[in-house]
Write a protein that binds this ligand. Structure first.
Ligand code: CUK
Ligand code: CUA
Ligand code: CA
Length: 636
């Protein structure tokens, strides 16, 4: 097959896009993994993969959302090293809003307001690296309550409240470095958020054992979803990459690509097999309860020992540097992608249960198939009709295959389990089908999150956007329907049906919202009624300025302070009209914040320059929006 056949592109390809997907990343780029990849390619020698079947030409589902009409799905995207989340409409792929998490956002004042600083913590780093965003679930269905996302860069996990789409808690994970994989417990509900520690380090990491990597280790973390406190951790062999939970609430598994415990690339590719480690949640809880744990950096965080030989864990050898791990929505299987092996490993949750019950002897007995799919399998998603879709990074394809047929082939039957390979542009990491991480997988849309866009878009400088391609999977044939440039760098996303989330999302703030409760408490101490008072309270060198905003005026059009005062400005938006947001920007002070209807927001700064400083509204709220301003008078 030539590299430009079977592209599935709508219309003609421009000549310059006819680059070979397989040569796009030449030896130089993948060269680092060349040894492993050559080995992997060798394994494909005997691969029996039938030709992609011919499909009757049928039209793809329409992505056209006419003006005034709404999308069928919310899409929730992680923002990679932008540190944020993004909410899109699917299938239009229109970006609806960004949710700042581990980043500064001057648009709404995230990292500037007191309310956001309380969530971020004092002097928190603002270079997050979000990969895995998942919604809380109840009985394997999305419940519209929370989103959780990792920060690989600074070893944190954040929770986002879906009703206001604001980050409301951030937890630093102790005894770990680089939280990568993250998943929620599905059943009976999201009690725990599971977090993977990717980098092995010494413990305590205080300068000891620098040159002794044998003493480094990694931990698996269970966060309590409600308190956002670490419930327990498990010390593991190797490292932890991606993670996945089952549909019974009993087990959670993680891929490990560095079973070698190596500190360099060659060392991490040394073994032919690494593993997937499964954690037995009930046994771990019992061990913690029985006091069978140690503590390391944080005396309040119990760490149980789950290394080889422990009855808390099961290590299943799988080929080679596995990456993604994804449970099928029927609750039966969990599939780990081989990355440096052309295979994926299909494991049965039931057999994992049997292994822990002592009914199986060999850890590999939980493996029910290991189909070959192509080069560089990274992540798998599902259509709810028995098919799996695995991204092939090196082949630049999405491979659709049938799970039942792969199981039959594993038993020696001559069946072709590959349904279709669709070229994507280019080098896909994650993919995700609509509703696929719940029991309600509906097999309508598939997103392929491609790391390279090459010439698919107008050039904008050396940094190219990624290309998130939307693929219609509702029929027998996958059809590529749109290319969507995205800013660096979504790793993962999910799609939830509109009606499941829409009903949980508020249109106007509740005055009793805990998000600004501390600010309300401060006002109460000052005897201020935030909804009507416009007053300045002086407290030594601290000045607290309270005002309302009702379009097009602030409750105070001037206030006076002394140079050197610490000033807190608190604004309450008393407009009742949905969507009537005001801003507060103080000229030449690096301050801007957003205040939506019935919200209270505050900001604290030092008035360190004498003079007249105008503050003004930054959200166009009224015909006289430009006139919505006032003066801070700073006496020398
Ligand atoms: S990882 Cu990026 S493509 Cu962080 Cu889920 Cu696989
Ligand atoms: Cu208020 Cu513009
Ligand atoms: Ca390895």
């Amino acid at each position: 097959m030539s590299d430009t056949e079977n592209t599935g592109q709508p219309g003609e390809l421009a000549a310059e896009t006819k680059v070979s997907r397989r040569t796009l990343l030449g030896a130089g780029v993948v060269g680092a993994g060349a040894a492993g990849l050559a080995g992997a390619a060798g394994l494909t020698g005997g691969m029996v993969i039938g030709a992609t079947p011919a499909f009757a030409k049928e039209a793809a589902e329409s992505t056209d959302i006419p003006p005034g009409k709404l999308d069928d799905y919310y899409g929730v995207w992680s923002g990679g090293q932008s540190g944020e989340l993004r909410i899109l409409g699917v299938p239009s792929m229109r970006e609806l809003i960004r949710v700042p998490v581990f980043n500064l956002d001057g648009g709404i004042g995230w990292g500037i307001t007191n309310e956001s600083k309380r969530v971020l913590g004092a002097n928190a780093p603002i270079n997050g690296d979000t990969h895995h965003v998942h919604m809380s679930q109840t009985d394997g269905h999305y419940d519209g309550k929370y989103l959780f996302v990792n920060d690989k860069a600074n070893t944190r996990v954040a929770r986002i409240r879906c009703d206001i789409m604001r980050t409301d808690k951030i937890t630093n994970i102790p005894n770990a470095q680089a939280i990568h994989g993250l998943r929620v417990q599905r059943v009976p509900h999201t009690k725990y958020v599971f977090c993977n520690n990717e980098f092995r380090v010494p413990h305590p990491n205080d300068g000891r054992d620098l040159a002794d990597p044998k003493k480094y280790f990694a931990v698996f973390t269970a966060l309590d979803a409600e308190t956002m406190k670490v419930a327990w951790q498990v010390l593991v062999d190797g490292n932890l990459d991606n993670t996945e939970t089952d549909y019974t609430g009993k087990y959670v598994g993680s891929t490990c690509y560095n079973s070698e415990g190596a500190t360099d690339l060659a060392g991490m590719m040394d073994a032919e097999r690494d593993w997937v480690v499964y954690f037995n949640i009930a046994r771990i809880e019992a061990a913690v309860k029985a006091g069978k744990y140690k503590t390391y950096e944080d005396p309040n965080v119990p760490v149980v020992d789950g290394r080889h030989g422990s009855d808390l864990t099961l290590y299943v050898p799988v080929p080679k540097n596995p990456h993604g791990i994804n449970a099928s929505p029927d609750g039966k299987y969990v599939i780990a992608a081989g990355k440096l092996s052309p295979t994926v490993t299909v494991m049965s949750w039931k057999k994992i249960d049997e292994w822990f019950e002592g009914k199986l002897k060999n850890p590999r007995d939980v493996v029910v198939a290991e189909p070959e799919l192509g080069l560089g399998p990274l992540h798998t998603t599902y259509d709810g009709r028995g098919n799996a879709y695995t991204t092939l990074f090196i082949d630049s394809q999405v491979c659709k295959w049938n799970i039942a047929d792969a199981l039959r082939a594993a038993k020696g039957e001559k069946v072709n389990y590959i349904r279709q390979k669709l070229d994507v542009n280019f080098q896909p990491g994650h993919n995700k089908a609509s509703m696929a991480e719940t029991r309600d997988a509906d097999g309508k849309w598939l997103i392929s999150l491609n790391k390279f866009s090459k010439d698919r878009f107008l050039h904008v400088g050396p940094l190219h956007p990624d290309n998130d391609q939307l693929i219609d999977i509702s029929g027998d044939e996958m059809k590529l329907v749109s290319d969507n440039p995205v800013y660096c760098e979504p790793h993962d996303c999910f799609m939830i049906k509109r009606d499941l989330l829409e009903k949980h999302v508020k249109r106007i703030w509740d005055r009793k919202d805990p998000f600004f409760a501390e600010t309300v408490a401060m006002a109460k101490k000052d005897g201020i009624n935030l909804e009507s008072d416009n007053k300045v309270i002086r407290d030594g060198k601290k000045v607290r300025v309270y005002m309302t905003s009702i379009a097009p005026v602030y409750g105070l059009t001037e206030f006076e302070v002394n140079k050197g005062d610490e000033v807190t400005v608190t604004i309450t938006n008393m407009d009742d009209v949905e969507d009537l947001t005001h801003g507060f920007c103080l000229a030449n002070h690096g301050i801007n914040m957003e205040i939506s209807p019935h919200e209270t927001a505050s900001v604290t700064f030092t008035a360190d320059k004498a003079g007249v400083y105008w503050y003004y509204c930054t959200f166009f709220c009224h015909a006289l929006h430009l006139e919505m301003r006032g003066r801070m008078l700073v006496k020398a």
